[in-house]
Design a binder for this molecule. Structure first.
Ligand code: HEM
Length: 256
């Protein structure tokens, strides 16, 4: 059978079906009530709508990108979240050029995160506004705020300090790299003992959990398993090695 031309798809968002493949259904990014989405400014709104088309983009959103009108996606999000509509922002001064248009199909590698990755047939139709939520994205239920509030002392800068501290606990007290099988990996999936694998490297996630801008809950979705796919679908622009190299504890090897 002839395959349909690649199109942007909206991932399956029904939390009840989150299983197997859907374990890697990426969450809304930025978070539903992030500063960007709240729309501190028109530019911020545009960022929220276009940052990761594969998750947060629908056809309507995509078309708003093409027209360079972030307002549309912002409004849909507001209505989804039950937020009273804001006054329509004044049109941009005529002298301002439209922002560069990067679609899922034209983005260079690493730009647009999952937007470039989620190609192929299916999905897409039936959701004409910003897609909210991923596997973790239950109904917003009238605007429940789900922005992750990092505890004091858990900023990116704090993590940078922590990871260069050389503390033994970063690497779970290990002094040499391990060869980790999938079944061994699966044994470490509690908050206190949380391992995951990205690109074949095994990391001790426990020390990073409270620093993760997307929250512990999202990060725990990759506990004890290979998180590469979900990571890439969520925010492929994040330099994982630079972020958590200090917590690397080994390499994945096949089951004996
Ligand atoms: C150790 C692996 C991970 C690292 C180092 C990491 C790092 C980051 C960083 C640096 C950001 C901020 C990015 C930005 O604002 O552009 C972020 C945001 C986020 N991450 Fe992760 N992440 C990891 C794994 C995951 C996983 C597995 C998920 C699960 C879905 C996830 C979900 C999110 C979400 C939803 C946000 C958005 C938070 C917001 O909008 O404020 N992350 N992550």
């Amino acid at each position: 059978m002839k395959r349909a031309a690649p199109t942007l798809i909206v991932p399956h968002n029904d939390a009840h079906d989150a299983h197997d493949d859907d374990d890697d259904a990426p969450p809304a990014f930025p978070a539903l009530d992030s500063a960007q989405r709240a729309g501190a400014g028109a530019g911020a709104g545009a960022g929220a709508g276009s940052h990761r088309g594969g998750v947060a983009t629908s056809k309507a959103d995509d078309s708003s990108q093409r027209k360079g009108t972030p307002t549309a996606s912002k409004c849909s999000l507001r209505s989804l979240l039950g937020v009273p509509s804001a006054p329509t922002p004044a049109p941009a001064p005529a002298m301002l050029a439209a922002p560069p248009r990067t679609s899922a199909l034209t983005a260079p590698p690493g730009v647009g995160g999952a937007s470039g990755a989620r190609l192929g047939g299916g999905g897409g139709a039936g959701n004409s506004s910003l897609a909210v939520g991923g596997a973790s994205g239950k109904e917003t239920g009238g605007g429940i705020r789900r922005k992750v509030a990092l505890a004091p002392g858990c900023s990116a800068l704090d993590w940078a300090r922590e990871k260069s501290s050389g503390k033994a606990e970063l690497r779970a007290g290990l002094t040499s790299y391990l060869r980790v099988t999938p079944s061994e990996l699966a044994r470490h999936k509690s908050r206190q003992d949380c391992w995951t694998c990205f690109n074949g490297k095994v990391y001790n996630l426990s020390p990073y959990l409270r620093f993760h801008p997307g929250g512990e809950k999202e990060l725990m979705r990759v506990a004890g398993r290979d998180g590469t796919r979900l990571f890439m679908l969520t925010h492929s622009w994040v330099n994982i090695d630079a972020m958590i190299d200090a917590t690397m504890i080994g390499m994945m090897v096949p089951e004996h």
